[in-house]
Design a protein around this ligand. Structure first.
Ligand code: DP6
Length: 360
């Protein structure tokens, strides 16, 4: 069993003055949702996600040894331009991970980051962003301590990413990632994401995710506040129990390839997530009228055609349309014909399952 203390390095065997790295990390879409957490970013229930392929953050990290080693020092560039309003979030991240990366105050960092998806798309970039930054820091740790193993490298990268944003820990690896201890999933842990360790039926290989951009505005309630409202929530306990059960169901479904059953679990999870928001105190709604229009149109299309297309939602109004690769043409045609009208400026992003973070 891992503990957080396993990620506190004892000594570093090498020194390094300056250099730079570049990593990309993708976004991910949860099938069983993480909603509710304990202290130190420990999830209240286990979750599982598809790692995406095209929606990514690409982050360059340049580092140079500095004189004053009592405080953090970094510049932040977003799409090549200084971005002051991202800095507090990064500073908070550095504070949370300092004990695990004791070299952080020894260097001045330049963090240069960009997304492959439009910034204003309403797609959360915190998962891919925190994962890409964590990968870069681990590359620096590996220079200081070349003996670390590949397993340790990826586990600790996910562990650090989790401290930045919970769901980010599922963006380090592909293609299906579990985060949170679940008794029937070998190796699962609250501390970092692990690749789903069992068979995945070919029906789920190259699964497609088309993200319909319904509302690109700022969310009225952040995920952090939403997680917090699960404390003292009247349905929290049964929800957490249900997440464990749904993960058991999905484990069997991944093995037997039953897409109809997959759809039931995934859509129920999405609506349960939003039901938790609607039954929080204070209560709130992140879905928009067009979110519901899309859901109803998908249900109608599925009933009429038997094409196994379904939806999931994250903490916002956008809809992720999920479907097997062998119905891609039919579903893209359906999206063009019947769903584009519900998207803001007709915008959507075609993505699919991917392999995780990549060193560039
Ligand atoms: C609804 O990972 O964004 O997308 O840990 O506070 O940064 P923090 O929250 P975050 O929450 C994501 C919630 C979700 C479900 C999921 O991705 O599992």
């Amino acid at each position: 069993m891992f503990t957080a203390a396993d990620f506190i390095p004892k000594t570093y065997s090498s020194t390094v003055e300056n250099g730079n790295f570049e990593w990309s990390a993708p976004s991910n879409i949860a099938l069983v949702k993480y909603w509710g957490k304990k202290d130190n970013q420990i999830p209240a229930n286990p979750s599982v996600s598809f790692t995406l392929n095209k929606c990514k953050t690409v982050t360059k990290l340049a580092f140079a040894k500095k004189e004053n080693q009592v405080s953090f020092s970094f510049d932040l560039l977003f799409e090549g331009k200084p971005k002051e309003d991202f800095k507090p979030k990064i500073r908070k991240f550095l504070e949370r991970i300092e004990v695990y990366l004791p070299f952080l105050k020894d260097y001045h960092f330049t963090i240069d980051t960009q997304n492959t998806f439009p910034h204003s798309s309403g797609i959360a970039s915190s998962a891919s962003g925190m994962a890409a930054l964590a990968m870069n820091f681990m590359s620096l740790e590996k220079l200081l301590n070349p003996e670390i193993t590949d397993d340790y490298f990826y586990q600790k990268a996910s562990f650090l990413a989790r401290l930045g944003s919970g769901s980010a820990c599922r963006s380090v690896k592909g293609n299906v990632v579990v985060w949170g201890t679940q008794k029937n999933i070998k190796g699962s842990t609250d501390l970092f994401g692990v690749a789903f360790p069992y068979t995945i039926h070919e029906n789920f290989q190259n699964y497609q995710d088309t993200i319909l951009l319904v509302d690109k505005g700022e969310k009225q309630v952040s995920s952090t506040v939403g997680h917090d409202l699960m404390h003292h929530h009247p349905y929290a306990y049964s929800r957490f129990v249900q997440a464990h059960e749904n993960l058991d169901q999905l484990t069997a479904i991944f093995e037997n390839g039953n897409v109809a059953e997959f759809i039931k679990v995934v859509e129920s999870e999405a609506l349960t997530l939003h039901a938790m928001m609607m039954t929080s105190m204070p209560y709130y709604i992140l879905m928009k009228p067009n979110t519901l229009q899309i859901i109803n149109t998908i249900w109608k299309f599925r009933n009429e055609t038997n094409v196994p297309v379904c939806f999931t939602l994250d903490a916002g109004a956008n809809v992720h349309v999920l479907y097997p690769e062998n119905v891609k043409e039919k579903v893209l045609q359906f999206i063009q014909d019947e769903l584009v009208g519900f998207c803001q400026n007709g915008q959507y992003i075609c993505d699919e399952i991917g392999a995780g973070a990549i060193a560039l």
